[in-house]
Design a protein around this ligand. Structure first.
Ligand code: SAJ
Length: 389
């Protein structure tokens, strides 16, 4: 008989994962407490920026392999993909993971497999395993299996990326690996749950630290009148140097968040990790100051801000630096914020004509080829790290 999978949380990871698993032949129930998400999925306008996802989801829903509901049903495998936000004091909050576990608990039976994909502080899965096995069936397998997908290319990355599966014991690791092996083409490597939790956090902190270096260099270069694009391009010709691109700050729900999860394990040994966060946050404030200064010196009244999402070619605005910048500029200037992914398609050229100043905050493809005549007699500032044409 086909195995039944219950995907708890249909966010930007849970929904595409549910589709990919359904496509691999499992009978999948996608569950979310937010009815709006479910109706958006049925209407075909959920995560519209992900190539392949719409076709894949329609196919899986039509075939009956993928069903959607606000209620959990008894299954063989449960995958937790709910959000794990930060509290005000930057402490990880795993309320939604705990609550998801509580909701599935009455359905759990010996032999079931529970997989946690949500980003978690080190030790979470072991603590949950003790509670679940102690209260309910001791024969339940549990593993922490972080996702590594890059928004904008999720379906391919879900299938092709390698995976780490961290079992709370040997049997759990084996069961989890067998499951992911059935639909992932990349390598699936078994480790323990705490290591798997930490691996996810060090991957994203690594990227945050590297972006912080690029962001710091961009401010330093500006101070000493050097071109940051030329500097990075030339430095990257060294065979062992690969500096990333500076931007208006780091957004999204992963890289701007996960370093705090990692640092919470041992703050006294997380100096560099937390400093990188500070640098990336400071970069956003630096951009705001830069725009303000230029605008005031040139008596600017209307600024067109290109981009609102947290990165190029997606509509996700979580932790978006562009939004922070726009909100701050709104206090002193007339702001026209344009983002086809976030506030719909607008006649960009008409808007640009009206602006005294144009600020590019997100490198959406559509913003990369602004005709030169629209920029003439305008102040044009670019903070996307994209090389000027
Ligand atoms: N950014 C820069 N300069 C760069 C690269 C990125 O300023 O050179 C900025 C982006 O504009 C954006 C932020 O960093 O604001 C994060 O974007 P991203 O594309 O680096 O990463 P995410 O948050 O979309 O996805 C990351 C990925 N992690 C890594 O690359 C290590 C992804 O593989 C993870 O699955 C995802 O986090 C996650 O869910 O944790």
């Amino acid at each position: 008989m086909r195995q039944k999978v219950c995907m708890v949380g249909l966010g930007y990871v849970g929904f595409p994962t549910a589709c990919v698993i359904a496509n691999a032949g499992y009978s999948v129930l996608g569950v979310d407490i937010n009815e709006k998400i479910i109706s958006n999925i049925y209407e075909g306008n959920y995560m519209a920026w992900e190539p392949q996802l719409k076709d894949l989801s329609i196919k899986q829903i039509d075939s009956g392999n993928l069903r959607l509901s606000t209620k959990i049903e008894s299954s063989d495998i449960y995958i937790i993909t709910v959000q794990t936000p930060l509290d005000r004091d930057n402490k990880p909050n795993i309320f939604y993971v705990r609550s998801a576990i509580e909701t599935i608990q009455p359905h759990l039976k010996n032999g079931d497999l529970v997989l946690i994909e949500s980003t978690c502080p080190i030790g979470t899965t072991e603590t949950i395993a003790k509670a679940v096995r102690g209260t309910y069936a001791s024969g339940i397998c549990l593993a922490y299996c972080p996702e590594r997908v890059l928004p904008g290319n999720i379906v391919d990355e879900l299938i092709c990326n390698s995976r780490i599966v961290g079992g709370v014991d040997k049997e759990s690791g084996m069961q989890a690996a067998n499951f992911y092996d059935s639909f992932v083409r990349g390598e699936v490597e078994i480790t323990d749950a705490r290591t798997a939790e930490a691996v996810k956090l060090i991957e994203n902190s690594y990227r945050d630290i590297n972006i912080a270096y690029a962001n710091e260099l961009s401010m330093l270069a500006d101070q000493v009148n050097l071109n940051i694009h030329t500097l990075i391009r030339l430095a990257n010709k060294h065979p062992r140097v690969n500096i990333l691109q500076p931007g208006p700050g780091v957004g999204g729900h992963c890289i701007a968040i996960d370093p705090y999860f990692l640092a919470s394990a041992a703050p006294e040994f997380s100096t560099l990790i937390l400093k990188a966060r500070e640098v990336n946050i400071h970069k956003t404030n630096w951009v705001i100051q830069k725009i303000n200064k230029q605008a005031q010196e040139n008596n600017v009244k209307t600024i067109a801000c290109l981009g609102m999402s947290y990165k190029a070619n997606v509509s996700d605005t979580r932790e978006s630096s562009a939004i922070k910048i726009i909100d701050s500029l709104k206090k002193d200037f007339n702001i026209m914020a344009i983002d086809p992914y976030v506030n719909g398609i607008v006649p960009i050229n008409d808007i640009l004509i009206e602006a005294d100043m144009i600020v590019r905050l997100v490198a959406h493809d559509i913003f990369l080829d602004i005709p030169n005549h629209l920029l003439e007699k305008k102040i044009f500032l670019d903070f996307t790290g994209v090389l000027p044409k």
